[in-house]
Each structure stands twice: as C-alpha cells, then as structure tokens.
Design a protein around this ligand. Structure first.
Ligand code: GCU
Length: 427
C-alpha cells in the first residue's frame, strides 16, 4: 500500500507540473487515481459458461481458443486465413554495414503478383561476430526503414505523410534511431529487423484501399465485416509474414524471435503475439489502451476515444463497448495471458499517463495466474515497483521508467537482458 501511494503521488505531482498547455495528454479524461472507481475483471481461468479451468490442457484446448475468438470478434477483428502467398526478394545484402559489425539485408515481401500491389520491406541486420543462426528482435516502425538508423545504405522508404505517399528524404535518415538502438542490439549478439508499418497499411481513416486487407475480400466484398480485422490486425499479420521470411534465412534462428512494439505498434505486437506462437518473446512498450492497459480502469485513454480518433484500428464490433468497458467479455489482461507460457514483457513510462501505467502493470499482474497454471512465473508482486526498478528474472517482466511516451536505451537494456535470460544466453 505504501508503495502504491508513493507512485500515485508521483503521478499526481507530474500532472500538476504538466497541467495546462504542456500536458502531453488530452484534457477531459480522468488522470485522478481516486476517481478510477471499482471494477471487476473477467477471470481468465473461468470459461464463458462458468466452468473453471484447472489444468494446462483445458487452458490450451478450451479457454485459450475461446479468449482468442473473443478478441478476434469483439476487439481487433478476425484475421483471414490463407489466400495470400508472400514472395520474398532479397534486394541487397551487404557484409560491411555499421562499421563492419553487421550484415545489412533488405528484403521485399511481395503480397501479390501485381507490380503495383502492396509489399513490405524488411530491413535486417545480422551481427558479424555471432554464431549463426542468431535470435532476432523484430518490430514495426512509424517513419520508414531509413529513419531507424543513419546507415546510408538503407533504401529510402516511401512514407505516408498524412494521406499522401512521398519518397523519404535524406534528411530524415536516422531521425528515429534512438528508439531502435540498432548498434546496441548488434553488440549484444542479436539480429534486428524493422518494417515500416505504412507498407502494410497506411495509418489513416481512408487508408484501407492502400493496404493488404482488400487482398482478402470475398467476391463482391467492399469493406471488412463488423467482426473482421482493422488496421491493427493488418499490422499484426505483416509481422507474421516477417517470421515466414526468417524461416527461410539461414542466418536467423526463427525459433527465437522476440517481437517488440511501441504504442499503437505495441497493441499490434500483442495481437500478433497472441495469434502467432512463433513469436517466442513478446514486448509491449507503452502500448496503453487497447494494448496492455486494462480497459475497465477509468484512467487516461478510453475505448470510445480510440474508436473515435482511430476508427480504422479495431473492428466495428469494438464500438459496442464505447462508454461500456464493463460489458466486454474480455479485458486486456486476457490478451497478455494469450502470450503464456511464452515470456512477456510490459513496460510503462512515468509521464505517459495517457497510456495508464498502473493499468498496464495491473494487467500484467492479472495475467499471472495463467502463466502459473502453465508452470511459469508471473510478476510475483501486486504493488507497482518503484520507477527505475524493473521486475526481472521471471516469465513476465515489467518496468516503469522516468520520462515520456517513447522507447529509450534504458528500455532496450531491459529487453536485451530479458531475452538473454529466456533465450539462455550469457549476460
Ligand atoms: C495516440 C493514441 C494511443 C497510441 C498512441 C501512439 O496517443 O491515443 O492509443 O498508443 O497514439 O501510437 O503513439
């Protein structure tokens, strides 16, 4: 309780300092812990029909598919199966990248036979010194592959600036490098891959026709049905296609793929990890509402706000829960539980109150019983740890760091150590 009070006071103090124009989060939402109210979370280990799940086999056979189906039909929308067979084209492979520390490969994943159809570029660095095949970190990026590192050999991506596709420019090379920490990852002996999310579907309300979703339309279909995927589902699908590629690359250990996503791309990463068990570790960085954070906690962003500001992200059924998170058959701790028994890391940032750090933490706590049923170790605590004191050494990791909504070197330090631990690598 003391710990909880302390961090609550810290959050309030930050809000006081940031109040007014400098506040990084929209006004009119609740940032007051005393106004969160009470809520009851659905139990991940009780079936919809009330039966309690008592063993791993019943979780795997009955409850896990039930929860997956609920997230598919009520939240992110169903991902269509099959139909598209991606073709991989390795467009370049350069051994002396990053000062000779890595091989840089660029791979175009063609989703259709049509030359003007959607395709995505994977930027992949493989450490020169590592014994092959190597484990890999993969994630989407917001601003184009050429922005994740200043490496002049990265192909300039075509990026969507609002609703227009433009050629990326030299000026923006490496502009987002601090979020991707490529050199640090390589130095720790991991490969790292990044993909521009706009290649899979551009992120605006009218972006649907430019992305992969129409490739799956049934005859006569012109829009996804209410229980079919939104853009988050498309981005998650694209991540799985990167794993398809890894399985063909002898340098990559496709059994040790760590998936990371920040913010909306953290939401997409969790959904990808829930659906595709080939992701061996899943990391949510500041994913917030519709990601790791509990929706029933009235704090920061809400379902209604998500569906209003970003109507293309989720499935249309999700709108039923605008203003009524308590009516959802799931909450986000159950999405986290779908990662089990694979290792899961949830991270928050102290000033990122819009994403509800405490809601992200409590969600990770509430996923714990499923990990434990499967013989793994949940967080093992119920009070939020102090800022800058990661919970390490378990199958669920968590930290809250100082600072704002971002991915930093500090975050990466924790993720690399978490991967070392779970991939059995020396630290
Ligand atoms: C907005 C949105 C969040 C999202 C974030 C991001 O703030 O409300 O839900 O996570 O953008 O992706 O940066």
């Amino acid at each position: 309780m003391v710990a909880a009070m302390t961090s609550f006071l810290r959050v309030s103090a930050i809000l006081t300092v940031l109040s007014g124009a400098a506040l990084a989060q929209p006004a009119g939402y609740n940032y007051d812990e005393s106004k969160v109210g009470t809520y009851t979370l659905p139990d991940p280990l009780v079936m919809q029909n009330g039966t309690r799940v008592r063993d791993a086999a019943s979780w795997e056979k009955l409850r896990r598919p039930e929860i997956l189906e609920l997230f598919a039909t009520q939240v992110y929308g169903r991902t269509p199966k099959g139909q598209v067979r991606p073709r991989f084209e390795v467009t370049s492979s350069e051994k002396n990248a990053l000062g000779g520390t890595a091989t840089r490969k660029q791979i175009t994943v063609h989703f259709t036979q049509k030359p003007d159809g959607p395709k995505m570029d994977i930027l992949l660095y493989v450490p020169s010194s590592a014994r092959k095949p190597v484990p890999v970190f993969v994630g989407l990026n917001f601003t184009g592959n050429h922005t994740v590192n200043a490496d002049p050999g990265i192909k300039l991506a075509d990026v969507w600036v609002k609703e227009k596709k433009q050629k990326g420019d030299e000026k923006s090379r490496g502009s987002a490098a601090s979020r991707y920490q490529i050199e640090k990852i390589i130095a720790r002996g991991y490969a790292v891959a990044s993909i521009y999310y706009g290649d899979i579907e551009p992120d605006f309300k009218g972006g649907l026709p430019y992305g992969v979703r129409p490739l799956f339309y049934r005859a006569g279909q012109t829009a996804p049905a209410a229980d079919e995927w939104g853009a988050l589902g498309a981005w998650a699908w694209g991540l799985s296609r990167a794993v398809d590629y890894f399985a063909t690359d002898k340098d990559i250990d496709a059994k040790h793929v760590a998936l990371i996503g920040h913010s909306r791309l953290g939401k997409a990463a969790l959904w990808a990890g829930a659906q595709d068990k080939r992701f061996a570790i899943v990391i949510s960085n500041d994913s917030g509402e519709g990601g790791a954070a509990l929706s029933r906690r009235n704090f920061g962003e809400t379902i209604e706000r998500l569906n209003t500001s970003f109507p293309h992200w989720f499935c249309a059924n999700y709108r039923k829960y605008n203003g009524h998170p308590e009516q959802m058959p799931v909450d986000q701790h159950m999405l986290l539980a779908l990662i089990a028994p694979r290792p899961l890391y949830v991270a928050s940032a102290e000033e990122d109150v819009w994403a509800d750090p405490r809601g992200e933490f409590l969600s990770a706590v509430a996923a714990g019983p499923v990990f434990e049923l499967l013989g793994k170790r949940g967080l093992g605590i119920s009070e939020m740890p102090a800022v800058g004191r990661p919970v390490a050494g378990r199958d669920i990791g968590y930290h809250i760091r100082t600072g704002k909504h971002d991915v930093t070197a500090y975050d990466w330090e924790q993720y690399l150590s978490f991967a070392d631990l779970h991939f059995g690598r020396k630290q």
